[in-house]
Ligand binder design. Structure first.
Ligand SMILES: *[C@@H]1O[C@H](CO)[C@@H](O)[C@H](O)[C@H]1NC(C)=O
Ligand SMILES: *[C@@H]1O[C@H](CO)[C@@H](O)[C@H](O)[C@H]1NC(C)=O
Ligand SMILES: *[C@@H]1O[C@H](CO)[C@@H](O)[C@H](O)[C@H]1NC(C)=O
Ligand SMILES: *[C@@H]1O[C@H](CO)[C@@H](O)[C@H](O)[C@H]1NC(C)=O
Length: 500
């Protein structure tokens, strides 16, 4: 089952893509009756709401059990632009009445310093969890320090990326946050702050047993390399605190938001809807994956050269990795998947990416599938100049445009993909597509052996449950930041917007 070396470069799909537009219709042709029943009931429920008629509890539970049943999930054709069930849910992260309020600075257990780690979104997770750890410890949190030495090298400080005053005031009921350690406290310290690193995904008891005594003895303590240092499983109140931090308190600075929104406006002026694609296709990442991406001998040589940088990497079979779904989709494959799902060639595509291995040449097949192809460089022009030396600020612009998109898709499950997926669920289940790399790969390899319509139907089938619906398939060990279920509430009957 070898992938042909020229599979990516050759535009052999251009003849058949024109037929793509007809495929969703084909898929809709013969839906089994439960679908009609469920959908009809659902629509009826809504109509009655809009006409001021409240659905009874019995109706409601019937509607819910209908659409939740496997039958419907499997056969129901979906609207590729919008989940029709999103309005039954809303993001909920309010404090419960018993949730302990912020401990004032003068009675807190000490000052917690945090040094975050990684790129923008990994740091975002670190900051979110740092607030929760400060709450657990009754500590005063000092505004976290960003990582200036990661792969993405960026000298920006917290206040260059995030609106620091908003951050402090939004969370003031939960945790006391200060910009720096007070001068008197610094003077009274006879030693440098104690520094330690928590193990990955530590439980609250770890912080209470191992960190608190030192914090109380030394008054100031620094936790380093802080990213995924708190378990995914916490009490609901603490999960909601996570959501308040991540989805509300962490707001980008005014200048970043202004430019991000400007790009969104430009896209919306051209077309009311757009798809945002986040591509990670850096040489390092590809080399690390041990996969083969169709670039022939040149690619094999270049990637294996980069691979030598890590001396502990195991020998991997590129084909095994691919069939296990471990290889990120190429830009071309992402384009094929989107066209097969039913996005027409006139769809506006915003592409967020860093360095792409092979550059323009690698992106060309995607551009051919979606000629209305935009990047922040194309949309922002000179406005981007001030941001160019700062990778995190550039990433923040992409974050905003991807977050605002109607449909978001990535070829990876990195931190940005996870954080945005979680955020989009919270913000109303905005359509978010996770490619089923394992099964799609089989289809890509057999692409030439089937007609476009068949291919398209099969792609739609393997993508079921991975389209950002409220009842999406969840991985066994899912991460709270990607599936913030404690912060997603079901509307009560009668509480679906009746403002019309
Ligand atoms: C989309 O495809 C059709 C043919 O299927 C072609 O006529 C049209 O020019 C294409 N649109 C764009 C924007 O390329
Ligand atoms: C702590 O500070 C608050 C004001 O922030 C003040 O009202 C309170 O009296 C102080 N408590 C102590 C014990 O100093
Ligand atoms: C934090 O403060 C609350 C109330 O003042 C107390 O019940 C709790 O035990 C404290 N926790 C720690 C870790 O100090
Ligand atoms: C109704 O929905 C809103 C969110 O749109 C929520 O804030 C509110 O608490 C809900 N009310 C009830 C009674 O569920």
């Amino acid at each position: 089952m070898g992938r042909k070396p020229d599979a990516v470069a050759k535009p052999h799909f251009s003849g058949s893509v024109g037929a793509g537009a007809s495929s969703p219709r084909a898929a809709r042709k013969a839906p089994p009756s439960p679908v009609f029943l469920g959908t009809a009931l659902f629509v009826l429920g809504f109509v009655s709401l809009f006409t001021g008629h409240v659905v009874t509890d019995a109706d409601w539970s019937r509607i819910r059990s209908r659409w939740r049943s496997k039958q419907i999930r499997i056969y129901e054709p979906i609207d590729i632009w919008k989940s029709r069930y999103s309005s039954i849910y809303y993001g909920c992260s309010g404090r419960s009445v018993n949730f302990r309020s912020a401990v004032p600075e003068n009675s807190s257990t000490g000052y917690l310093l945090i040094a975050t780690s990684g790129g923008l979104n990994q740091q975002r997770i670190g900051i979110t969890d740092a607030v929760v750890v400060a709450w657990i410890l009754n500590a005063t949190l000092v505004v976290p320090e960003l990582d200036h030495h990661s792969f993405w090298k960026d000298d920006s400080d917290f206040s260059d990326i995030f609106d620091v005053d908003w951050f402090i005031s939004y969370l003031s009921k939960d945790v006391t946050i200060v910009k720096r350690i007070p001068y008197e406290v610094m003077l009274s310290m006879d030693k440098l702050p104690w520094t330690m690193r928590a193990p990955r995904k530590s439980v609250p008891e770890f912080y209470i047993d191992e960190v608190l005594p030192i914090l109380m003895r030394r008054r100031v303590l620094q936790l380093t390399k802080f990213d995924y240092r708190l378990t995914s499983e916490l009490d609901e109140d603490l999960q909601k605190l996570r959501c308040r931090v991540n989805f509300h308190a962490l707001r980008f600075t005014n200048s970043i938001r202004t430019l991000g929104q400007k790009l969104v406006r430009k896209l919306r002026l051209m077309s009311p809807r757009y798809v945002a694609v986040h591509l990670r296709f850096e040489p390092d990442m590809l080399a690390f994956s041990g996969c083969y991406y169709g670039g022939g001998e040149k690619e094999r040589k270049e990637l294996s050269e980069i691979r030598k940088r890590w001396d502990t990497l195991p020998e991997l079979s590129a084909e095994d990795e691919r069939s296990r779904g471990k290889c990120p989709l190429t830009p071309h494959e992402v384009g094929l998947m989107l066209r097969a799902l039913g996005f027409g060639n006139d769809t506006n595509l915003y592409v967020a990416s860093g360095e792409i291995y092979g550059g323009e040449e690698t992106l060309r097949p995607l551009r051919e599938l979606f000629p209305n192809f935009y990047t922040k460089e194309m949309l922002a022009g000179d406005d981007l100049k001030l941001f160019l030396p700062f990778s995190s600020r550039l990433a923040a612009i992409d974050f905003i445009v991807c977050d605002e998109s109607d449909v978001f898709v990535t070829n990876n499950n990195g931190n940005m993909a996870k954080v945005l997926a979680g955020r989009r669920r919270y913000m109303g289940h905005k359509r978010t597509i996770r490619p089923n790399a394992k099964k799609l790969n089989v289809l890509f390899q057999r692409r030439k052996q089937m007609g476009w319509d068949t291919f398209s139907q099969k792609v739609q089938k393997v993508q079921r449950g991975l389209m950002g619906e409220p009842d999406d398939i969840r991985p066994k060990q899912d991460d709270f930041h990607e599936f913030p279920s404690a912060c997603i509430c079901l509307r009560k009957p009668g509480n679906v917007s009746v403002t019309t």
